[in-house]
Design a protein around this ligand. Sequence first.
Ligand code: G1P
Length: 302
Amino acid sequence: MRGSKVRTAIFPVAGLGTRFLPATKATPKELLPVIDRPLIQYAIDEARDAGIERMVFVNHPSKGAIQDYVLQNRTLSALLRERGKSSDAAMLETLALDREEDAVFAEQAEPLGLGHAVLCARPFVLDGPVAVILPDDLIIGQQGCLSEMIAAYDATTNGHLVAVMQVRPNEVSRYGILSVTGREGAMETANGMVEKPAPDVAPSRTAVVGRYVLDPSIFDALETQAPGAGGEIQLTDAIARGIASVGLAGFHFSGKRFDCGTKAGMLAATLRLASQRDEFSNVLDAFIAEARSPAREPVPAE
Ligand code: G1P
């Protein structure tokens, strides 16, 4: 999709991943494996497939391992080649990004919110609208969610476009929720957006998931954005303030979203990906057969 208006993707990755302690004590959450690749690699692949030219990672100073993972490691490549492991070296080189050309690291030292994280990326973005990818939201489907969104954005939309899905009434308080005014195909138009509303005041059940294509005016809005829900500078609030001038639409993507910010979501994503790979069919079949077999009698104590 080279030639798209959307050239930059921002990855907010500064969170400390406390929900996954102790696993995240020494390993950033974004580097936890979903089968054999770190969570962040799925997001990078999705951005690359969507034709993104520059990826800006907004990181916490304590999480240098993300940088080590994302960028090329020429010493490791040379070592692998010396030891006859050229295919491993080639695989790593294909996955990694080159500093400055296509990967930039910005710092968010304090947890001031998602809106603040996006603002930290401002000095490094290329001209035009920007994509934001929250790597916690792993979206598995035939086509990458961001590719679908950018195709829709380039064809029909300007302003702000956010990925959406329907959630249950008791789940609205975990998401940004749109005030929907109409729907045409995969697109919903909206005249408002509110962060994590209580179920009784939520304007709809159309929830934002972690993919955004935002008009560049978002940065000016974020510069002056007051703290909102949870005392944090919310991306949702800055988007909502821009609706009158640039508009807002929700995009129903075709894939399935897994919330890898939770242990259950991480497990579900792992199982989904495993079910798509023949090499794991024996393990999954055996597990299902065992789970379905009648419970065994407990062994009596001696
Ligand atoms: C963030 C956004 C929220 C969005 C959600 C999607 O919340 O603030 O609007 O619905 O991501 O995953 P978080 O999950 O970081 O609290």
